[in-house]
Design a protein around this ligand. Sequence first.
Ligand code: ZN
Length: 136
Amino acid sequence: MVEYNKPLPQITPENKPFWDACKQHELSLQRCQDCGHLRLPSPICQKCLSMNSEWVEVSGRGKVYTWVVIHQRYHPGFVEELPYNVTLVELEEGPRLITNIVGCNNEDLHVGMDVEVVFEDVTEEITLPKFKPVSQ
Ligand code: ZN
């Protein structure tokens, strides 16, 4: 595996199930066991403040909510990829996550674009969820 020189997420006991699922190429969200609200890793439910939760696999489908195209080098690890997009994807199940759209020219990105998750194994420990356009 080529040395990965970009920032990596920090694994904590709270978010480990999310990253473990990514490693298995599955997208998981935390579901509140009291009200059913789905969320990205967080110790507490934003809807009802319950701390009871379980992890559930979700569809991996969503839509582009918004994005930016980065032209400036803010981190040396990204220099080869300029210009690249940073995109907020709204999952079918509701939560929005920050990611990149791959397999698509930045010029073709649009709000509401149907996308699905793909997984990039970047290190032994970390697999990143990214998204690609759904082929129609
Ligand atoms: Zn709740």
